[in-house]
Design a protein around this ligand. Structure first.
Ligand code: APR
Length: 404
């Protein structure tokens, strides 16, 4: 990391940072760098239309909203209504409202579907003159241990391009390319299979009053808002199952049974998928001039809504570290990047794991046995009745816990 000065404003084939991947992680890195006056090029292998429509996460946690606010971007990149700070747990049909507001001052979480965030981050970056190259094929990286890594790719018509840079941000998700560049033996992969399947269904059906998690002897179910007339549902299912085994009538019957709501309104199902709950952490999140950001470094099971928010946290640390290095010659942020990110990653993995176990074990005990079912019910009981337990929960949901 020799020279801090002299890397800004060079020829078009040099970019201070090359960002690989234009998901929430890459686009956030790009926007934050731009706010810092650091030039970067984003290479995305898909088309703009494809990336803009990809539906996944649905909530930007309080900490991440305040992060965008701090960078002066909250009004431009966030959509959707503020989250009212209430989560509903329904246990055998009985409702328990839990506040997930920690009472602190400042903007709250937003019910902002990932595709809205991605569309707005893209539009903001481009409106500010950012360089974003879609349909960049065959990205490859060299010389990560020198001062000037090289990144090659091809445009859609096959034309080869070469960029040199000071840093590479690997933001290309779990199945991306960046992590594969790291020599064998450098990264340790900590993987965990929860042994649980989820059927996920997106439907044009009324959203719930509050994000809803339902525990029942028939298995776990959840109902989340994804817009004024759109909902995402989750149904626990065997890890090896098929979406075809879940025709519409079975989906709505199962949801009505598990949510304890025989009047639940149905609607056209627009997406139906099955996936297995898994968690994965790669340590460290850096190799030479390559910094892994978001899913490229870690996957967290969706329970708790932390995947996208962790990506935003990494992006904040990485962009701040590059800015401090270039502006002040301060290398500390780059040096501590991996360690600081991983501290929050494990914090959020623990929360997600705790919540995953609790809502699944408390329901159908055929998987975990009656002892663990009673333990999980005791945890829920404590959450519903103990203000300090509810407060600790809120701190984790909002991301305002002191970690990081
Ligand atoms: N070259 C260029 N781009 C690539 C390559 C490649 N070889 N491989 C993948 N990409 C792109 C993908 O097309 C995608 O647009 O990288 C992007 C990665 O985006 P995500 O998978 O959404 O990963 P990330 O940005 O880290 O997302 C963070 O949001 O909803 C969650 O599940 C998501 O938890 C994840 C989080």
């Amino acid at each position: 990391m020799a020279e801090a000065a002299g890397v800004l404003g060079q020829s078009p084939e040099f970019a201070t940072v090359v960002v690989i991947g234009a998901g929430p992680a890459g686009l956030t890195v790009a926007n934050l760098l731009r706010r810092s006056g650091v030039d970067c090029v984003v290479l995305e292998r898909r088309s703009r239309e494809y990336v803009a429509q990809r539906q996944r996460a649905g909530i930007v946690e309080t900490r991440a909203v305040r992060m965008f606010d701090r960078w002066g971007l909250a009004d431009r990149v966030l959509g959707g209504p503020p989250h009212d700070g209430i989560l509903e747990f329904r246990v055998d049909g009985e409702s328990h409202l839990v506040s997930d507001s920690d009472g602190s001052e400042g903007p709250a979480a937003r019910l902002c579907p990932q595709q809205i965030l991605v569309q707005k981050l893209t539009a903001t970056y481009l409106a500010d003159g950012g360089d974003l190259r879609f349909e960049a094929a065959d990205v490859s990286v060299r010389d990560l241990n020198g001062d000037r890594p090289t990144v090659r790719y091809r445009t859609a018509d096959g034309t080869p391009h070469t960029l040199t840079c000071a840093f590479v941000a690997g933001c290309d998700g779990d199945r991306g390319y960046s992590r594969t560049v790291v020599p064998e033996g450098v990264l340790t992969a900590h993987a965990f299979d929860h042994g649980i399947g989820w059927l996920t269904v997106l439907a044009d059906a009324p959203p719930p009053a509050h994000p809803l998690l339902a525990v029942s002897s028939q298995g776990f179910a959840a109902h989340f808002p994804r817009g004024p007339h759109s909902s995402r549902y989750y149904l626990q299912c065997p890890p090896v199952d098929h979406p075809e085994a879940w025709p519409d009538t079975r989906v709505w019957d199962a949801l009505r049974g598990r949510l304890g709501d025989s009047a639940l309104a149905a609607g056209p199902i627009t997406e139906r998928e099955i996936f297995q709950l898994r968690s994965l952490v790669h340590d460290p999140m850096q190799y030479g001039r390559l910094f892994l950001v978001g899913d490229a470094a870690h996957i967290v099971s969706p329970m708790g809504g932390k995947g996208m928010n962790l990506a935003l946290y990494d992006a904040d640390l990485f962009a701040g570290a590059v800015r401090d290095f270039l502006r002040d010659g301060d290398e500390s942020g780059l040096r501590s990047y991996s360690q600081r990110c991983l501290r929050r990653v494990w914090n959020d993995q623990e929360f997600s794991h705790w919540l995953t176990r609790t809502v699944h074990d408390a329901g159908d005990d055929s998987r975990c046995g009656p002892f663990h079912r009673s333990l999980a019910r005791a945890r829920l009981d404590r959450l519903f009745t103990s203000p300090p337990a509810a407060r600790a929960f809120a701190e984790l949901v909002t991301g305002l816990d002191p970690v990081g």
